[in-house]
Design a protein. Structure first.
Length: 550
């Protein structure tokens, strides 16, 4: 325990002031755009705009704000079938080019089955597939009665798992792009379970339109950038030159993910190629450049020919990668690119490289979404939930405050002060981390109130025992806190473990409850032990207390 009271009060003051700063936008405004300019915009430091004060309001969950809840299933079987069908078409193209005689190339379940009419071609085909499709492994081969050869290939177990994971991730990215078009500020789009996707859209009004928008197949396009500042300026004024179109890149804050700028690009209307010709896109690292990440792209045979021509005819120009009319990157074509593969380099961090790889795969392997669960919450029901939830919390808090003051006297008032600060810190932390407050979350806060004063009850009962033994008030306070500390810590740690388990394996409302309960446990330890003890130590050091009101 820190002995210097000034340091302890300084720590308390900093924690409370920071919590109030994060909570203030929620308390004083309904929309962050109505914040005072000096608060929302910050101040200029050189050429940079520095924002010291937070402007984000506390997020409200679907059950409080109203909106739409969707649980979507990703049809991974269809995605796998599409992948194997594409491999089959490419293998057929190779055999046609090389003059390899074959009877058929088709998908059978999760396997690719190739039947050759001449066993002499077996070695060449196996070598091609091993080199071109390293994610496939041969699962069986046999000589047929007519002298032909049957070869069976399937995804390696590890690669199949990665394929399914990437498919879900690219579907998530597609849905996020769609939801951005709705203009919602607090959507929640996360994986649930192994392969399902949970979409919660608080505040959405057009339910059917939102569902249609989310389930629409994404369109990935490659278009050449028009490098003419004068033409770009005219396009921004509304005079878009014929044969061109205006698209934007949405620049995100690396810490919050918030869109902070939209960069305009003037591109040719003609689409040079689409995502259909991309077979894979993965993030890799260049060891010669200190582990700088880049994106490695592979094309099918048709894409290889298209990209070779596009890159050869447009060396030195930028090629915009556009998903649903949003530019994700516009790399410069440095030379003619052959061999069916390309790389995109840049000074982007790992997370941006990963996002770009997901975007590039989005057009190659679209997966059908199945609506597994749908719920809607009306705004009036949400408003009623807020009113009743906060009323319950307020009444519960008032009863606890009243009980502590009546039963423990002046010491109870110290506990009440700690409880008040605890509420501020909980909501401040949730605002700082942009956590979503749900109705079960309010229940978690109400439970935290009881747990917070429970810690003080344990301390005060130990203090009473010390006083019965004839100890002075100062010694009784010291002994009470020392003896109760381990009991309080054990009780809170076990509850915290349960809350973390709920957060890890729970969904939706259960997670909301677990978040507020976890935060509340940590803050109650701070207020019930550190804050109240500091107040008692201050009073004992400033006044000659002969009788302790506890």
């Amino acid at each position: 325990m820190i002995k210097d009271l000034r340091i302890r009060f300084g720590i308390i003051a900093v924690v409370v002031l920071v919590s109030l700063a994060y909570l203030m936008p929620t308390l004083i405004v309904k929309d962050e755009r109505t914040l005072p300019d000096w608060w929302a915009e910050g101040f200029k430091l050189g050429n940079d705009q520095v924002k010291l004060l937070p402007s984000k309001t506390l997020h409200l969950g679907l059950d409080l704000k109203g909106g739409m809840h969707l649980l979507l299933g990703v049809d991974l079987d269809e995605a796998l079938a599409n992948s194997l069908d594409r491999f089959a078409a490419e293998v057929e193209g190779y055999m046609d080019d090389e003059g390899i005689a074959y009877e058929s190339t088709k998908r059978n379940g999760e396997e690719l089955v190739i039947i050759l009419t001449n066993t002499e071609d077996e070695y060449d085909l196996k070598e091609y597939i091993t080199e071109r499709y390293r994610i496939l492994t041969i699962t069986g081969s046999r000589t047929l009665e007519d002298g032909g050869m049957e070869l069976r290939y399937a995804y390696r177990e590890k690669d199949l798992s990665e394929f399914k994971d990437r498919t879900v991730e690219q579907t998530l990215e597609t849905i996020r792009n769609r939801v951005n078009e709705l203009g919602l500020t607090e959507p929640e789009i996360v994986r649930q379970g192994e392969y399902d996707i949970l979409v919660q859209l608080p505040g959405v009004s057009d339910m059917e339109g939102a569902k249609e928008l989310i389930r629409k197949v994404a369109l990935l396009e490659f278009k050449l950038v028009v490098e003419d500042d004068e033409m770009l300026s005219e396009a921004l004024k509304g005079n878009t030159p014929e044969g061109t179109e205006l698209v934007y890149e949405k620049v995100k804050d690396r810490e919050t993910g918030e869109i902070i700028e939209e960069v305009p690009y003037l591109v040719e209307e003609e689409t040079q190629m689409t995502g259909e010709v991309i077979t894979d896109a993965v993030i890799a690292f260049d060891s010669s450049k200190g582990g700088q990440p880049y994106v490695h792209i592979e094309f099918d045979r048709r894409g290889e020919a298209i990209f070779e021509k596009v890159s050869g005819d447009n060396v030195g120009r930028r090629l915009a990668i556009i998903l649903d009319n949003t530019v994700y990157s516009a790399p410069v074509i440095k030379s003619r690119i052959t061999g069916g593969a390309a790389i995109i380099e840049g000074s982007f961090p790992v997370d941006e490289a990963k996002e770009l790889a997901i975007v590039l795969r989005a057009g190659a392997l679209p997966a059908t979404l199945t609506l597994l669960e749908e719920r809607t919450v009306g705004p009036s029901l949400g408003a009623d939930s807020i009113r009743k939830g906060f009323l319950a919390t307020l009444v519960g808090s008032a009863l606890v405050v009243l009980f502590m003051a009546m039963y423990y006297g002046a010491s109870g008032l110290v506990a009440d002060l700690a409880l008040f600060l605890n509420m501020i810190i909980i909501l401040g932390i949730m605002s700082a981390f942009q956590a979503t407050l749900t109705l079960p979350g309010i229940a978690g806060i109400a439970l935290t109130i009881g747990m917070a004063v429970d810690a003080n009850v344990l301390v005060f009962e130990r203090v009473r025992e010390e006083l019965r033994l004839g100890k002075t008030p100062r010694a009784a306070i010291e002994g009470g806190y020392s003896k109760a500390f381990l009991t309080i810590l054990d009780a809170n740690v076990t509850t915290l473990i349960a809350a973390l388990v709920l957060f890890q394996f729970g969904t939706g409302p259960v997670k909301g409850f677990a978040i507020t309960l976890s935060v509340g446990i940590l803050t109650s330890l701070f207020t019930a032990i550190f804050v109240s003890r500091t107040v008692f130590d201050f009073v004992m050091s400033r006044f000659r207390i002969k009788r302790l009101s506890v």
